[in-house]
Structures are given as C-alpha cells and as structure tokens.
Design a protein around this ligand. Structure first.
Ligand SMILES: [Zn+2]
Ligand SMILES: [Zn+2]
Length: 290
C-alpha cells in the first residue's frame, strides 16, 4: 500500500474514476478535478450499476441508499483498477415534512482504495420532476407527459406500476411517436398502462442539475479542513436549532449554527450559518405566531 498524504494532499494529482453508466461524470468530474486538484477523471466503462438497484423495478435495492452508494464505489474500484472512485445514488419520494411535495435525496460517496476510507455527502432537493400515473387513454397519458416536461425529461411505459419478470417495458422514451406507440400498444392489449418519469440522470435534466449541485456542496465540504489537524472533510455533523426571532428574540426551531466534527481527531466546533442569517422572521416564531 502506498503512503497516504494527509489533508487535501491526499487527492492532489490523482485520477478519479466515476462509477456511473448514466453520464454523471460530465457534471461530477470537472468540478471535483478543480476542487481537489486531481489530474483527471473518467467514467468507469461497462459498470453495471443497475445491479445495485434500478429505478424501473427490475432489480430491487436491498441496501439503504448510502450503503448502496458505497457498494457501487467499491465495486467501481474493483473492476477498474482506479484507486479513487466516486459513486452517486438517488432516491425519490414524498418529502417527509410536507408529503404532498416530491423530493430528490442524492448521495455521493468517494472511496479511497489506498486506505479504504470513504467520504460522503447527502443533499435533499425539492426541485424534482418525478411521478407516475396509471393511464387508460392517450389523452391522459399525453397530459401526464406534458406535466413531466416530456420530451426534455424521458419517460418509462410498462403494463402496471409494479414490474414483473417478462413484462414489456419501454425506458428512456424521448420521442413523441415512440411514446405514443408504446402507450397505444399497451392500451390496445390491456386497456391501461403505467407511465412514469425515467429517473436515470441522463434521462432527467432536473435530476442531473441536483447531482451537480450535490457535487458542489460535497466539494466544499471535502475542502473544509480541520483547524486542529488539517485533515480534509471537516463536515457538518449536526444542525443546531434556535435561530432567534427578530421581533422577540425567542429561540425558534430554525437552524442557528452547525456543528462540524473532524473524523480524524474528533475536534468539534460550532460555526455560524454560511448564509449569514442571524434572525428568523416572526411568522416562524412559536412566541409571536403560536
Ligand atoms: Zn482534526
Ligand atoms: Zn418572536
């Protein structure tokens, strides 16, 4: 094993493998190359990332998203020989604090095979184009497609919401005629079909933007160094509530600061919000607006 440099020197001049079969290296690669001083990056060819769980249901994901993402990164290192590999994993569903909204939860995991260390970042965005609908005629399917920003966002068509072995499935539909043929073919045979957004990054530009944004945040976090030992990834481990109300000074439920903790020396310190916000508006105050 080669000796590992500490701090940001760990990454300098190395080449990053991006474990993706969905063109994500185009948004992740240039950004991390710049931020970490890498010599380059490239997608790991022939990575069967779908074996870790596919959106369209052929392979059920058995691990939680962070563990699945880490498994992808480690597998990428094994099959490619890259000793620095990044992987991405997204999940979509109702936003827990407001379940009528959809959200996109993205993870990035960076695996360093030289010492086996992993670094990760999680980002949740409400900016997402994600839905599915059972359709019984073309007008309904077409209206759904328009709401889902088709054709810039591609669609999946299959007989039922839940995919079964042997079912027909059309993925990555991006052409109106092909979409209509897929829908009408199933309507003719079964009377209904399931239409949903194709959530693979190259098929959903909104998701690709969220992945890019996640990579920016991850790069910021990786390059934040511990003030005591200078190690990289002096990351936020806990948000601290209690941002004071600007009218009455009462501590609100909003975040006032973040606790950063060093993974190497366990040094912890509280840092104020990066957006500089020091007070909460009274409408979010339990004292002014109970
Ligand atoms: Zn430290
Ligand atoms: Zn108040």
């Amino acid at each position: 094993m080669n000796a590992i440099s500490s701090g940001l020197e760990r990454f300098a001049g190395r080449k990053l493998g991006v474990a993706t079969s969905h063109a994500k290296e185009q948004v992740i690669g240039p950004l991390l190359k710049q931020a970490l001083g890498l010599s380059g990056y490239s997608a790991i060819a022939d990575m069967d990332t779908d074996r870790f769980g596919a959106f369209s249901g052929e392979v059920q994901r058995t691990l939680d998203p962070l563990a699945a993402c880490e498994a992808k990164a480690r597998h990428g290192a094994e099959v490619s020989g890259f000793d620095l590999v990044i992987a991405s994993e997204g999940s979509f569903g109702p936003y827990p604090p407001a379940p009528f909204l959809s959200c996109d939860e993205e993870f990035l995991v960076l695996f360093d095979a030289l010492d086996g260390r992993t670094f990760h970042h999680r980002h949740v965005s409400l900016e997402t184009v994600f839905d599915g609908e059972a359709c019984t005629d073309w007008t309904q399917a077409n209206a759904f497609a328009q709401r889902m920003k088709f054709p810039s966002h591609h669609l999946v068509v299959r007989p039922l919401e839940k995919w079964k072995q042997g079912d027909t499935q059309f993925k990555g539909l991006q052409d109106k005629d092909a979409f209509r043929n897929a829908v009408e073919g199933l309507l003719e045979h079964r009377g209904s079909c399931w239409v949903e957004t194709d959530m693979r990054a190259m098929a959903n530009p909104t998701r690709m933007r969220v992945i890019a944004d996640t990579a920016v945040r991850f790069a910021d976090e990786l390059t934040t160094t511990c003030p005591v030992c200078q190690e990289c990834w002096f990351r936020i481990t806990h948000p601290l509530a209690g941002l004071p109300c600007e009218l009455c000074g009462w501590p609100t439920a909003s975040t006032r600061a973040y606790l950063h903790t060093c993974w190497a020396c366990a040094h912890a310190e509280t840092r104020s919000r990066p957006d500089g916000k020091r007070f909460e508006e009274p409408q979010h105050c339990g004292n002014c607006n109970p």
